[in-house]
Every structure is written in structure tokens, then in C-alpha cells.
Design a protein around this ligand. Structure first.
Ligand code: NAD
Ligand code: ZN
Ligand code: ZN
Length: 360
């Protein structure tokens, strides 16, 4: 039996999203049907609507979600109906060349539902293989990570994407150590999570860079020790001045633009690490003198989903949240109804929110 549910769909490039009734199949083998409780609005949803990811419209948006498993298909053992879960866009296959090498966080064949959710008979493309701006969604069971039922869903769901990406960029990809100096470019949900991750890892100096003073004030709340508005101050000079003239040990780019990538590159200390977590548009380019790449040493590391392993990392982060050490609630700027997503995109573009979260 298919389930008719209300959902947020982007039907055409750069057009406002709409609430439509979609059909969600019952779970088949290896799949889970999830009743969504909460789903955050991430910049990546807007990238889909803008046609910046691919042109496989119509998109079923939403991918930072927590919910309750309603039904599972044949052969599913990791979750059962009634379980509280956070949805992950990485569900390692266990057999690809990366999984086989023991690096499942790079899995090249991550699992998604095999059956399609549909709109008037047409297959929908679920954002990041999830599609959770919907009352119910169908995913691969491996995308469901069981968490404590006592965690607040609107906060817990955020570890499903942006918060994990930022925390992981600092703690896993950047491998921030106690006493390190860290700089973060872009203080949206992802950048602030990187700042919070640097603090959790024990960084001594955490410099936040943004072009919006309101974002910089919030960055301080997440643990930034210094803030730089790069509209008025050269961020590379400022970061060097705050690090004994050298540059930061780890610099994280969480904007996804050529100018911030170059600033992040030059804001590193020698042998330092630059982590790129912001997603660039396909046509963006940087020009880099080879001698600077070679001469500065260190590492330039893209970070997909913070190099996380959801089954390992999500329950650990929920523990930190429930112990009061990870402030997930601070990322929730507002809760909105399902038909508030288009307006939430505008508020995100105006810099008024970190995360608007749809509650069902
Ligand atoms: N790599 C991943 O796995 C992953 C996962 C989730 C999101 N992302 C990406 O991370 C990026 C950030 O996402 P978000 O949800 O935090 O977005 P956001 O829009 O909330 O935040 C972006 C921030 O960058 C700031 N900014 C813009 N231009 C700037 C500039 N020139 N210099 C400094 N700051 C500038 C903005 O003021 C804003 O605070 C996006 O590109 C998103 O697609 C990547
Ligand atoms: Zn794999
Ligand atoms: Zn996201």
C-alpha cells in the first residue's frame, strides 16, 4: 500500500517550492518507512532548488531529519517499528572498494531506498537520498541511525547533515588537537558546528570569519575566541596577528566560494591543514601558484559529511548533547510548519537564521 502524504517539492529550477501530495511506497526488502518528526532547512536544499546540484527535477527536499520508524521491509535488522532515528545520507554498502579497505566514511555506493517515491506517477529525486520535508519518507534501513527517544527531535535531526558536517570537518577531517589554533570561514550552521567542534576538541584559539556581524555574535556563543568581519578587515592578516604571526593550524572553509577558499589557504600556518566543507558551484575556479602549494606543505582536505560514520558518530553526539556538552538547541533558530520552507530559504539568504526546523 502506498501512503499519500504532504511534502515540499521543487518542480522547476529557481521556482518557489510547493506543498504537494506525494506517494510513498511501503518498505520493500532492506527499506524503512519513517514518520518524520522534524527536519532542518539546510543551504544544500536551496542549492538543489537553484539547480546547482543537478537537474533531476522534481526534487523532494529535506534531509536533516529525525523521526520514528513506522515499518521495515524484509531482512531489516538494525531498526524496528517504534525506534527513534536520525536519517543519514551516508549508509556504507560494506562492499565497495573503500568499504573493503576499511574506510566506510568514503563509501562510493552508499545505500538508498530502491523503490521510488512519486508525484503523479513521476519518480521524485529525494535530496541527498532522503527527502524528509514529507510526513513520511522511504529510505534504506541503513540510513536510519537509532538514537535515544528522549532527545528533542528538532535538535537531534540537525546532526543528520549540517551539524555533523561542521563538527566532523573540525574533529575528523581536520583532526583538531588540544591546544591547536583554528580559523573558520563562514559562520552558518555548518561553520558554527565546526567552531563548536574545535572547542570540543580543545582548540586554544578559534577565529570566526564572516561578512555579517550578527553571524559573528552567534559564532562567539558557539565557542569562537575571536571574530573577524572580512568585509572590513583582511582576515588573513587578522588570523596571523592572532596566532603569533604564523597562521592557524587548521583552517576550515564553510562558505563554498573561491575567495574564501584562497583566504583559508593563506590563513594556514606552514604544514597546517585546510579543510573545504563549503560546497562550490560547478563553474567555480581558483588559481593557485604551485610554489605556494608546495612551499607551505601541510594538507588541503575536502570534507564530505565531516568524514563521519553515522552509526558510530550520531549516538555519540546525542550522548554529548544530553550531557549538555554539545549545544544542539542553539542551532535551532525557529520551528516552522511544512509550508514555511520557501520563506525559510529567504530568511537563510538574509542571514536571519542558523536553522529553521520544520516540525510535523
Ligand atoms: N561538505 C558537506 O558535507 C556539507 C554538508 C552540509 C552543507 N555543506 C555546505 O556548507 C556550506 C555552508 O552551509 P550552511 O548551511 O552553514 O550555510 P549558511 O548560508 O547558513 O552559511 C553561510 C555563511 O557564510 C557567510 N558568508 C558568505 N559569504 C562570505 C564570505 N565571502 N566570507 C565569509 N563568510 C561569508 C554567510 O554570511 C553565512 O553566515 C554550504 O555551501 C553548504 O552547501 C556542506
Ligand atoms: Zn561502500
Ligand atoms: Zn544539509
Amino acid at each position: 500500500m502506498a501512503h499519500s502524504v504532504r511534502a515540499v517539492v521543487a518542480t522547476k529550477v529557481k521556482q518557489p517550492v510547493q506543498i504537494m501530495t506525494i506517494e510513498v511506497p511501503d518498505p520493500g526488502p532492506g527499506e524503512a518507512l519513517v514518520r518524520v518528526q522534524a527536519c532542518g532547512v539546510c543551504h544544500t536544499d536551496l542549492h538543489y532548488r537553484e539547480g546547482a546540484i543537478n537537474d533531476e527535477f522534481p526534487f523532494l527536499l529535506g534531509h536533516e531529519a529525525a523521526g520514528i520508524v513506522e515499518a521495515v521491509g524484509e531482512g531489516v535488522a538494525n531498526v524496528a517499528p517504534g525506534d527513534s532515528v536520525v536519517l543519514a545520507w551516508r549508509a556504507p554498502c560494506g562492499t565497495c572498494r573503500s568499504c573493503a579497505k576499511g574506510k566506510p566514511w568514503y563509501c562510493f555506493a552508499s545505500l538508498n531506498a530502491t523503490q521510488k517515491m512519486t508525484l503523479d506517477g513521476q519518480a521524485l529525486s529525494p535530496a541527498l537520498g532522503i527527502g524528509a520535508f514529507a510526513e513520511k519518507t522511504l529510505v534504506a534501513a541503513g540510513q536510519c541511525v537509532k538514537i535515544s527517544p528522549s532527545a528533542r527531535p528538532e535538535a537531534a535531526g540537525l546532526i543528520g547533515c549540517g551539524v555533523m558536517a561542521g563538527l566532523g570537518a573540525a574533529m575528523l577531517t581536520g583532526n583538531v588537537q588540544r591546544g591547536d589554533s583554528v580559523a573558520v570561514f563562514g559562520c552558518g550552521g555548518v561553520g558554527d558546528a565546526a567552531i563548536h567542534g574545535a572547542k570540543l576538541a580543545g582548540a586554544s584559539v578559534v577565529v570566526a570569519v564572516d561578512i555579517d556581524d550578527r553571524k559573528l555574535a552567534w559564532a562567539r556563543d558557539f565557542g569562537a575566541t575571536h571574530v573577524v568581519n572580512s568585509r572590513t578587515t583582511d582576515p588573513v592578516e587578522a588570523i596571523r596577528a592572532l596566532t603569533g604571526g604564523f597562521g592557524a593550524d587548521v583552517v576550515i572553509e564553510a562558505v563554498g566560494r573561491p575567495e574564501t577558499m584562497m583566504q583559508a589557504f593563506y590563513a594556514r600556518d606552514h604544514a597546517g591543514t585546510m579543510v573545504q566543507v563549503g560546497v562550490p558551484a560547478p563553474d567555480m575556479k581558483v588559481e593557485l601558484p604551485m610554489i605556494e602549494f608546495f612551499g607551505r606543505g601541510g594538507a588541503l582536505k575536502p570534507s564530505w559529511y565531516g568524514d563521519c560514520l553515522p552509526s558510530r558518530d550520531f549516538p555519540m553526539l546525542i550522548d554529548l548533547y544530553q550531557q549538555g556538552r554539545l549545544d544542539l538547541d542553539r542551532f535551532v533558530s525557529e520551528t516552522i510548519p511544512l509550508d514555511g520552507v520557501e520563506e525559510a530559504f529567504h530568511r537563510m539568504e538574509r542571514g536571519e537564521v542558523l536553522r529553521s526546523v520544520v516540525v510535523f
